[in-house]
Design a protein around this ligand. Structure first.
Ligand code: AMP
Length: 190
């Protein structure tokens, strides 16, 4: 199964993706994690991405599309991918459909985690205090949220039009959201 976890930054996508990896053996493909790894390794790509990420803006489509493409064979061998933080623009969504189609695959379901912005701001100030990620700084977070609203939220009609969108309440505890997620995925036939 190929699944997209969809939602604003700090909605809990990474946490739920990791749980699904444990439970189902699928591969988590988080472009944010890949970019942070590139920064940590000091690669040229990482150096280019760092400034953009620190400002809370989106890195260019071709960069993240390339990162995802490299990892598709591994995800196939594992029985599917959980896309976390990708796609974030219509160009990325279209490129993903093309890349998968070339391999005889497709996105099976898009699970949207619905959370309100006040809750996100509260979560993020806690994560910033606990982990100190530069782009969790409250000022930068506002830019990330704006990027989500302007560039990523418009993907919802794209996936709704494909009949793949399932919405769940992302406001509960990790366990409650996990339960909702399992309910949503239980109805998906691949
Ligand atoms: P995340 O960990 O998913 O919140 O991503 C952290 C940052 O990495 C984002 O604010 C962007 O700067 C960058 N990033 C991650 N994924 C993407 C993507 N699919 N498209 C563009 N930029 C991305």
């Amino acid at each position: 199964m190929n699944l997209i976890l969809f939602g604003p930054p700090a909605a809990g996508k990474g946490t739920q993706a990791k749980r699904l990896v444990q439970a189902r053996g699928m591969v988590q493909l988080s472009t944010g994690d890949m970019l942070r790894a590139a920064i940590a390794s000091g690669s040229e790509l990482g150096q280019r991405a760092k400034g953009i990420m620190d400002r809370g803006e989106l890195v260019p489509d071709e960069v993240v599309i390339g990162l995802i493409e490299e990892r598709l064979p591994e995800a196939e061998r594992a029985g599917g991918a959980i896309f976390d933080g990708f796609p974030r623009t219509l160009a990325q969504a279209e490129a993903l459909d093309v890349m998968l189609a070339k391999r005889g695959r497709k996105i099976d379901v898009v699970v949207r985690l619905r959370v309100d912005e006040q809750a996100l701001l509260a979560r993020i100030s806690k994560r910033f205090a606990d982990e100190g990620r530069p782009d969790d700084n409250p000022d930068v977070f506002v830019t990330r949220l704006a990027a989500y609203n302007a560039q990523t939220a418009p993907l919802l009609p794209y996936y709704k039009g494909q009949g793949k969108l399932v919405e769940i309440d992302g406001m509960g505890s990790v366990e409650q959201v996990a339960g909702e997620m399992d309910g949503a995925l239980g109805g998906v036939t691949v």
